[in-house]
Write a protein that binds this ligand. Sequence first.
Ligand code: PMT
Length: 402
Amino acid sequence: MKNAIHQKNIVLGVCGGIAAYKSVELLRLMTKKGAGVRVMMTPHACEFVGPMTFAALSGKPVCTDLFDSRNTDASIRHIEWAQDAHAVVIAPATANLLGKYANGTADDALSTFLLAVTCPVILCPSMNSNMYLSPPVQRNLETLRRDGHTVLEPGAGELACGTSGPGRLPEPEQILDRLMACLSPKDLTGKRVLVTAGPTQEPIDPVRFISNPSSGKMGYAIARAAEYRGAEVVLVSGPSALPDPLNVKTVRIRTAKEMAEAVFAHLDETDIVIKSAAVSDYRPKEVAEHKIKKGEAETHMILEQNEDILKSIGQRKKHQFLVGFAAETQSLRDNASAKLEKKNLDMIVGNIVIQPGSGFGSDTNRVTLFYRGGTQEALEQMDKDTVAHIILDRVMERIPPK
Ligand code: PMT
């Protein structure tokens, strides 16, 4: 499966608020993912950002007025826009728009259009904290939630009006994330998925450690994709700069030992395990209490083996579908197939980690999937989100229905 908004029609509604500038970035992110986006603006929104900006970035006319005779495509076709849309995102959604939508008022293009919409609507409130927390706005939000719309929690922090509190428009990436979740098929509903991601760090002394360049991007993409598709997800992550995915129970660990503990604490209640973490095979036998000082002579470090977590899961597994990863620099087929057998896996995802655009740190990966019975499937280089969805597709094709 491609990402959930690829070739989907999205209407982005923009209201008059200082955060309207963030909608420009949201539009860019949505079009980059392959969505066709039409923009509808309230007259007040046009005071903050010019319609030309949205028209240029979406490649489509922008609707600002139902009765604009110069723009027949965008003005009188708002009902057609409502029928064609797969999802609508209102960002920023002002108190005024929320009040009108909750009460069925239709007095401009956007509020009129919304009453004709039957697809999912995501509302992203953004306003002064006192306005946001005021009883009328909270009442309207409650009504809109009851009507089945998705309301995103605004962020808290310093606001443009100088006050501090809830009311900030969520970041464009977060809004895109919820749009993806909203439009994804829910084929993993009822499944419990355990994903590991990132590197481990094995301390040498308080300031040094053994590790590797894993960023966590591959594993986090799998965790997000599984959550979008309705699974209950636990993500056991080594040190990574990535934020916790929404609605995913994220357990942050440092060492292989801690990863093993977290994995085995969740294993029994898991249906699918996907181990994309780059676990250190060895750790220093002794960890110095203080920073090791430079000496004159050569020095040696004794390493001892970490538990092979994946192999232990393979030995213990009962009903779980077990997916491993193989990070190789050569002989991918031979090395990955050997790991599939030795660790009793159902499937292994092999990647040559020294190719550009593949493996550690990059946004893309080039993987080959190896299955039990000797079959394999080589995928082209693609973004890690798409790799994640294909892995989940292949897992679901192989899990017998309950
Ligand atoms: O995080 P990114 O920057 O996005 O990079 C992604 C990735 C390159 C880390 C990922 O695509 C990947 O290849 N992950 C596996 C890395 C790895 O440790 O491979 P391995 O071939 O050494 O290990 C084989 C399998 O055994 C892996 O599933 C690993 O999680 C597991 N293992 C290894 C050692 C150990 N002690 N315990 C384990 O469970």
